[in-house]
Design a protein around this ligand. Structure first.
Ligand code: GTP
Ligand code: MG
Length: 176
């Protein structure tokens, strides 16, 4: 569809939080228990209807490993929207795998260096692992509200709130 509104977005977040799993759930409707860690970045595209408009999502799925951090600006600079992902089971006592703290650092970096009109969403992924939860939804929502982010808890495994995370941002973006 040549009239599709184009929405480019980027996923950022610590390694292992489930960025690739969220994109693969959204684009292919699949989930892998043993998803391979991303090297550099991966590109996906998906065309969907949102509120009777056709939207083409172009998605950059970045690698969360620290050694790839310096590549991130290449992907977020051109993005209209960012999804910052943390893992709700991450513990502050398990440095350096405190993915919620890492998510806050990404938000700061985007606020400083990103496109000022960028729409940002915070996704607390792996919400199917309620018994292993270490970050409360209240804490994350309070942080998201303070920083003007859209917040949802997601599960790439069960598909909870995955499409919503992608669609909600499309609704917030200005009409093409
Ligand atoms: P990097 O590419 O290294 O930055 O990691 P990533 O953020 O892309 O994480 P990835 O999607 O590779 O997922 C890491 C692991 O978490 C995989 O074994 C997934 O199966 C698992 N995983 C991802 N999302 C979920 C989820 O919602 N629930 C559960 N239980 N496991 C998940
Ligand atoms: Mg990945």
């Amino acid at each position: 569809n040549l009239n599709a509104k184009l929405v480019s977005r980027v996923l950022l977040g610590d390694m292992g939080t489930g960025k690739s799993s969220l994109v693969i759930r959204f684009v292919k409707g699949q989930f892998l228990e043993f998803q391979e860690s991303t090297i550099g970045a991966a590109f996906f595209s998906q065309t969907v209807s949102v509120n009777s408009a056709t939207v083409k999502f172009e998605i950059w799925d970045t690698a969360g490993q620290e050694r790839y951090h310096s590549l991130a600006p290449m992907y977020y600079r051109g993005a209209a929207a960012a999804i910052i992902v943390y893992d709700i089971t991450s513990s502050v006592f398990e440095q350096p795998s405190d993915s919620f703290a890492k998510a806050k650092k990404w938000v700061q970096e985007l606020q400083k260096q990103g496109n000022p009109n960028m729409v940002m969403a915070l996704a607390g992924n792996k919400c199917d692992l309620e018994d292993k939860r270490n970050v409360t939804a209240e804490e994350a929502r309070a942080y998201a509200d303070e920083n003007g982010l859209f917040f949802l808890e997601t599960s790439a495994k069960t598909a909870v709130n995955v499409n919503d995370t992608f669609y909600e941002i499309a609704k917030k973006l200005p009409r093409a």
